[in-house]
Design a protein around this ligand. Structure first.
Ligand code: CP
Length: 312
């Protein structure tokens, strides 16, 4: 199979074969980050622009490290340091960036659909690094990579996603991604944070967090996206921790081999207790490690997927 897509904008537009290709490419590239000299010349001469119009730690740094590990030149800009603050439209800014001939444009934006709009107007490859409440495809891909690494197969696994589903682009992308790869996805959370009609994405809504996690192979906890809620949809964080958090008493009821995941940033003591975040079932930091390999695979495939003898 050869890679044909110009952009990576969401999970729904990726076939099962394309997802598998991304995961297998990432697995092959991962060892580069374990070397003493963590750099190969594969993308020498390529230019990657990271345009982040929303805060980010993990995604931004891992895209940047991924570019550097493959010897691409990466340039970071943010909303506050771009001419958008002077009234330039997003499309005009993007067209001006494209005029400088980058090969790949990575964009994070608070509005759903912004990366799709840019991809439609520009011929440069566009990667969605998170758009509003819509999609975070590279997060879902690195999550699938992390699960596959431990469980070997995604198909047939029970995946529980717990928390503020309504405001989470990570939840949407993971529901679609894990379902496409053959997993059974169950969600749970406060009724005020479960969107109507979410079952259409291929998930089941559990009656309680306990029901969702009791037989789960994978438990993915999500933070409350306060920045996207018009008002806090729970009386208090303390009540949330008791009713919906992966706390000590729930931790005692999970399967011994269940994987605990979180896309970050975590709110310790709210959706996840320190015993769960830092315990033996947690793969939260492996997710971050795998984010670099996965984003290397994204760049590698979008840039043509040619690994020369001198690149290894
Ligand atoms: N998971 C994730 O998107 O984290 P950041 O917001 O830190 O990039």
């Amino acid at each position: 199979m050869t890679w044909t897509k110009k952009d990576i904008l969401d999970i729904e537009s990726l076939s099962r074969d394309e997802i598998t290709m991304l995961l297998e490419t990432a697995s092959g590239l991962k060892e580069i980050s374990e070397r003493s000299i963590k750099k190969v010349p594969t993308l020498r001469g390529k230019t990657i622009v990271l345009f982040f119009m929303e805060p980010s730690t993990r995604t931004r740094i891992s895209f940047d490290i991924a570019a550097k590990r493959l010897s691409a030149d990466s340039i970071s800009i943010s909303a506050s340091t771009s001419s958008i603050v002077k009234g330039e439209t997003l499309i005009d800014t993007a067209r001006n960036i494209e005029a400088m001939r980058p090969d790949i444009l990575v964009i994070r934006h608070s509005s759903a659909g912004a990366p799709h709009l840019i991809a439609k107007h520009l011929s440069v490859s566009v990667v969605n690094a998170g758009d509003g409440m819509h999609a975070h495809p590279t997060q879902a891909l690195l999550d699938m990579l992390s699960v596959r690494e431990v469980k070997k197969e995604i198909s047939g696994l029970n995946v529980a996603i717990v928390g503020d589903i309504a405001h989470s682009r990570v939840a949407r992308s993971n529901i679609i991604g894990f379902s496409r790869m053959g997993a059974h996805v169950t969600i749970a959370g406060p009724p005020t944070m479960i969107p109507a009609g979410i079952e259409a994405l291929g998930t089941t809504v559990a009656a309680s967090v306990d029901a969702a996690i009791e037989n789960a192979d994978v438990i993915m906890m999500l933070r409350i996206q306060k920045e996207r809620q018009k008002r806090f949809l729970m009386p208090s964080e303390r009540e949330y921790a008791v009713r919906y958090g992966l706390n000590k008493s729930r931790l005692a009821c999970i399967r011994p081999d269940a994987l605990i995941m979180h896309p970050g940033p975590i709110n310790r003591g709210v959706e996840i207790a320190p015993e769960a975040a830092d315990g033996p079932n947690s793969i939260i930091l492996e997710q971050v490690t795998n984010g670099v390999a996965l984003r290397m695979a994204v760049f590698y495939l979008l840039a043509g997927g040619v690994r020369n003898a001198d690149s290894d």
